[in-house]
Design a protein around this ligand. Structure first.
Ligand SMILES: NC(=O)c1ccc[n+]([C@@H]2O[C@H](COP(=O)([O-])OP(=O)(O)OC[C@H]3O[C@@H](n4cnc5c(N)ncnc54)[C@H](O)[C@@H]3O)[C@@H](O)[C@H]2O)c1
Length: 371
């Protein structure tokens, strides 16, 4: 199959959809891989590394799209990319269509086959192509929080692990899923005193079991959140209610209970944020202060560590890419119902119920297209 990997053009997006080692896997299976010149630069993968892996480098993005059957990307296609999509294309990327009516219509009009990373499921539950980015964001949240606690950043001037004779900082993580567990684990590793709040008892049981009591687990109630606000030096928001905006768990009034210079890191900001005073920020200006409390609310945290994020993402996408290249989209989805959950749009039909519902469009189940 002829596979094209364009350079990402969304503002401040440095990841790339295929690494040189991923390209090699495909070339060794007899596929043609064409990478846009400079596509890997932001993630530290030079054109020469792709060439050494057997891929071709294409300077003209129009030629790349024109010749490719399978297009691999990271972010949703931007307007000029939607304009390049044809019915012969299979597009494999993050799409997040339920929040993007114009993009959804653009993909419908293109006639292309569009498979979204984020809706692919796994036999053991969860969303395997979202999890790697949640892992990155969770681990980064502690790094960002520790930095924000420094005096020069507006923080209280507290070192997370403390030192001998000085108690460590208190870190509360609200939401103990993929982001939350990774954040809690990093904070533990740095020597902080860590509490995780969640509404799922089974999740709290898992964490208690896994960390053998080294982190406290607390059922999440308004009281528990208020106590966390009062006692913590760093609070990390990592809740997710699938299909809904994040609940506002720390209210503006609660800020007055917090220690001066305490830090809130709202990882759930991409779902609206779980603190009332959160608003999205960028890596260029990641924090702001409200009532003496530092807020870090970057909506695309993994973008700051583009190399690690690219490797983590492509490790997870690789088996699906190989299946698409070897079998074509129809057979690949037919062989794997979890992969089939990724199909969002095909030949002008919306095949993902939540997207059809969001915009009042007709829904066509994927299974009816696979025979
Ligand atoms: N900012 C970024 O760059 C970035 C990157 C990755 C993920 N995220 C976001 O981080 C959030 C968490 O993602 P995840 O992958 O960890 O999700 P997840 O589903 O693995 O975990 C969410 C957890 O929140 C818990 N929860 C729900 N309501 C709660 C409440 N009221 N109190 C306490 N816990 C509650 C759930 O029980 C679950 O355990 C999502 O909003 C996701 O979009 C942001």
């Amino acid at each position: 199959m002829h596979i094209g990997v364009p350079r990402e053009i969304k503002n401040h997006e440095y990841r790339v959809a295929l690494t040189p080692s991923g390209a090699r896997e495909l070339v060794e299976r007899g596929h043609t891989v064409v990478v846009e010149q400079g596509a890997g630069d932001g993630a530290g993968f030079a054109d020469s590394a792709y060439k050494a892996a057997g891929a071709a480098i294409e300077p003209d993005v129009a030629v790349l799209w024109e010749n490719a059957e399978l297009i691999l990307k990271v972010k949703e296609p931007q307007a000029e990319e939607v304009a390049r999509l044809k019915p012969e294309h299979t597009l494999f990327t993050y799409l997040h269509l339920a929040a993007e009516q114009k993009l959804t219509q653009g993909l419908i009009d293109s006639g292309a086959t569009c498979i979204a990373y984020e809706t692919i499921t796994a036999a053991q539950g969860g969303l395997p192509l979202l999890a790697p980015m949640s892992t990155v964001a969770g681990r980064m949240a502690v790094q960002a929080g520790a930095h924000s606690l420094e005096k020069a950043q507006g923080g209280a001037g507290v070192l997370l692990p403390g030192v001998p004779g000085v108690a460590p900082a208190r870190v509360t993580v609200i939401g103990g899923g993929v982001v939350g567990e990774n954040a809690a684990r990093m904070a533990l590793g740095l020597g902080a005193e860590v509490t995780v709040l969640d509404r799922s008892i089974s999740r709290l049981e898992t964490l208690d079991d896994r960390y053998q009591g080294r982190m406290k687990t607390v059922f999440s109630t308004a009281d528990a959140v208020e106590e966390a606000a009062r006692e913590s030096d760093l609070v990390i928001g990592a809740v997710l209610v699938p299909g809904a905006a994040a609940p506002k768990l720390i209210t503006r009034e609660m800020l007055s209970l917090m220690k001066p210079g305490a830090v809130l890191v709202d990882v759930a900001i991409d779902q609206g944020g779980c603190f009332e005073t959160s608003r999205p920020t960028t890596h260029a200006e990641p924090t702001y202060v409200v009532d003496g409390v530092v807020h870090y609310c970057v909506a695309n945290m993994p973008g700051a560590v583009a190399r690690t994020s690219t490797q983590a993402l492509t490790n997870a996408t690789q088996p699906f890419v190989v299946a698409l290249a070897n079998k074509g989209w129809r057979q690949a989805l037919k062989d794997d119902t979890h992969f089939a959950a990724g199909l969002n749009v095909h030949a002008g039909l919306v095949t993902y119920a939540a997207v059809a519902d969001a915009f009042g469009l007709a829904y066509r189940p994927t299974a009816t297209l696979l025979d």
